[in-house]
Design a protein around this ligand. Structure first.
Ligand SMILES: Nc1ncnc2c1ncn2[C@@H]1O[C@H](COP(=O)(O)OP(=O)(O)OP(=O)(O)O)[C@@H](O)[C@H]1O
Length: 259
């Protein structure tokens, strides 16, 4: 559903992305791993259309979207590294605002192939409730965002992104600042997302990203090597495996393990 072909991104003399090739299939949970400054956010912005590559080609949904800006790449939603929640607003106000911004109305758009429950005459209130149910934040609708923990905030930001019924969800460093226990809960949250939804997430910690991905791409390795995530789940992720019971073998993985 998404592919990058020899994509390059230069900022002046600085070449941040150098001939990157990447193929991501629908339903994949792809982790992009690299140290700070390796270009993770840049790749996310290139995929979203917030940046235009200085070289190469990007295809999304079978179309060449290299020159298309963000607003002309439908079905892609992004959760930013540094969050997008406003202090003072409640969770339900955030999601309602996101639904309004996405332009979804009762009969405006069907769920398509994303696996979303969107029957006819589905009103905005129902949609809000769906998103809350999906992310298990029911009960927190009226809580001000300032009261949310790190995972709670991330849930809310993902809820806002899901309001647009995306096919591709981009999560830029979602686990930064989370404790090991919060990472376990975050992994659980990702597991609850529709299987058809493609998720690309970034992070510096390969173990943590591997625990919630099906495939892992190392940005700093030659040719940005991609491996099945289970191979990168070494012993240090034990706390995650114990509490979350991440299976050892790919055949038992709950995610579609592509490739
Ligand atoms: N708009 C820009 N103009 C100039 N340089 C930029 C721009 N955006 C990013 N860079 C540079 O590109 C490099 C990669 O940045 P990027 O934010 O993609 O890395 P990252 O891997 O996401 O880092 P971090 O983990 O710290 O968020 C950095 O050296 C950064 O300073």
């Amino acid at each position: 559903m998404l592919s990058l072909h020899e994509v390059t991104m230069r900022f002046g003399a600085l070449k941040v992305v150098d001939g990157m090739n990447l193929t991501i299939r629908q339903g994949e949970r792809r982790g992009l791993v690299g140290s700070p400054g390796s270009g993770k956010s840049t790749v996310m912005r290139l995929i979203a259309g917030a940046l235009r590559p200085t070289g190469g080609r990007i295809e999304y949904g079978g179309r060449d979207v290299t020159d298309l800006p963000e607003e002309r790449r439908p079905g892609i939603a992004r959760v930013f590294q540094h969050g997008s929640a406003f202090a003072g607003l409640t969770c339900v106000e955030h999601v309602t605002m996101a639904l309004r911004r996405s332009g979804l109305s009762a009969s405006a758009r069907s769920a398509g192939s994303t696996g979303w429950r969107t029957p006819a005459r589905h009103n905005r209130l129902d949609q809000t409730r769906d998103v809350f149910d999906l992310l298990r934040i029911t009960g927190l609708q009226d809580a001000p965002t300032a009261l949310l923990c790190a995972v709670g905030r991330k849930r809310l930001e993902i809820a806002m992104a899901l309001a647009a019924r995306p096919r591709l969800l981009l999560l830029d460093e979602p686990m930064t600042g989370m404790t090991p226990q919060e990472r376990v809960r975050f992994a659980d949250l990702l597991l609850g997302l529709p299987a058809e939804l493609t998720v690309v997430l970034t992070g510096c910690d390969a173990e943590a990203v591997a625990a919630v991905s099906s495939q892992l791409t190392m940005l700093e390795r030659p040719d940005q090597i991609t491996v099945p995530a289970w191979r990168a789940r070494r012993r240090p992720a034990r706390h995650v495996e114990r509490e979350f019971r991440v299976p050892e073998h790919p055949a038992a993985l709950p995610f579609a393990d592509a490739g």
